[in-house]
Ligand binder design. Structure first.
Ligand SMILES: Cc1cc2nc3c(=O)[nH]c(=O)nc-3n(C[C@H](O)[C@H](O)[C@H](O)COP(=O)(O)OP(=O)(O)OC[C@H]3O[C@@H](n4cnc5c(N)ncnc54)[C@H](O)[C@@H]3O)c2cc1C
Length: 325
């Protein structure tokens, strides 16, 4: 019996959220006195797969079918179920991201498993198998007891800091017999965002809301982000209005991030926005309204017009960098 973790990759390389999910699965395995098996779908090199050992996997099962290189939720669920059955897995972990949200419920249905979506804590096994998750956009917590024999958990990315260790993993191949029905929905095109710091992984984030007034003012935000080496994010109305691309939208219905520094500019601080950013270590809020709710969640606040403050802040960062070179 082992704890199984779905190790997502992008064209053969793993992101922080995958290492986090593997580490989380390994912590559960340790709690249960069991071992951790990671499952990789599609093509990755053996050396990349073995890297998962550094985050707690003892074994990595690779289902190396090129049709799995792009998401196909039904085929992914089938492959993971095959691996889970082979390993006799009683707990299956995935990331609570676009792929995990599509695959984990299908997998849970296949395996007649109870599921917790968006876990933010390790299970408490002292009396049952109780998993903590945020509800009502982070305003409250639910503690869900999974009573089924097989349990599926999706972990909210950026819940835990990731720590690399010296562990190693054996890599095995697994053949799964798919039929055409498993690939009924196919990804036709993937447009990769390049040249910027990936938001989910960024340690520094500069984020703009409706208070920025329009997309024509984003160069001022970009200048600050550029000086800091930060990723850009935005509130949902900004993405909905097509001022910025949707992959920059953070919050309840967008990405969840946990950077060291989150600078929120012209964002009111609605609970749905906070749900995606309140794990940030330090929050700086720039807002012209001293009553803006975001100030309650802020470590530092500046009351004033964003378009006046941002250039001054960028200049200050430039000067600071010059004096520390
Ligand atoms: C089911 C549901 C899910 C949602 N999911 C999300 C989500 O994932 N993410 C998200 O962000 N929202 C989400 N929302 C929307 C959320 O409720 C808010 O409406 C939204 O976050 C507000 O965006 P905003 O702060 O950019 O805009 P506003 O609320 O319009 O706030 C603009 C802020 O800018 C300030 N401002 C104005 N001019 C300036 C200036 N010149 N300088 C400085 N400050 C200025 C104002 O004082 C104000 O505080 C969701 C809503 C619902 C109902």
């Amino acid at each position: 019996m082992s704890v199984l973790v779905f190790a997502e990759h992008t064209q053969g390389s793993f992101k922080k959220k995958t290492f986090e999910a593997v580490q989380y699965a390994a912590a559960i395995a340790q709690q249960m006195g069991s071992s951790t098996t990671a499952v990789v779908l599609g093509n990755v090199s053996d050396s990349a797969a073995a890297e998962l050992g550094n985050y707690g996997a003892q074994k990595v099962i690779v289902v190396a079918d090129t049709r799995l290189d792009n998401l196909s939720a039904r085929a992914y669920a089938k492959a993971l179920a095959a691996a889970a059955e082979k390993e006799g897995a009683k707990v299956i972990v995935a990331s609570h991201d676009v792929t995990g949200k599509a695959v984990a419920p299908r997998l849970a249905a296949r395996m007649k498993a109870g599921m917790v979506a968006g876990a933010i804590g390790h299970p408490d096994t002292s009396n049952g198998f109780v998993v903590k998750k945020a509800v009502f956009a982070g305003k409250a917590f639910a503690f869900v007891n999974i009573t089924s024999e097989v349990k599926v958990i999706t972990l909210m990315p950026n819940t835990f800091a990731v720590q690399k260790n010296e562990g190693t993993a054996n890599v095995e191949k697994l053949d799964v017999a798919f039929d055409d029905k498993d690939f009924g929905v196919q990804v036709k095109e993937v447009n990769k965002v390049t040249g910027t710091v990936p938001l989910a992984e960024a340690e520094l984030v500069v984020s703009g809301g409706r208070g920025m007034k329009g997309p024509e003012n984003w160069p001022v935000l970009e200048a600050l982000a550029g000086e800091l080496g930060a990723a850009l994010a935005c509130s949902r109305p900004v993405a909905d209005s097509h001022w910025r691309p949707h992959h920059e939208h953070v919050g309840q219905t967008g990405g969840t991030i946990r950077p060291n520094l989150y600078i929120a500019v012209g964002i009111s601080g609605a609970i749905q926005h906070l749900a995606g950013v309140n794990g940030s270590k330090t929050i700086v809020v720039i807002n012209k309204d001293p009553e803006a709710p975001f100030f309650k969640a802020a470590d530092y606040g500046v009351v004033g017009d964003a378009l006046e403050i941002l250039p001054k802040l960028t200049e200050a960062v430039k000067k600071f960098k010059a004096s520390h070179n």
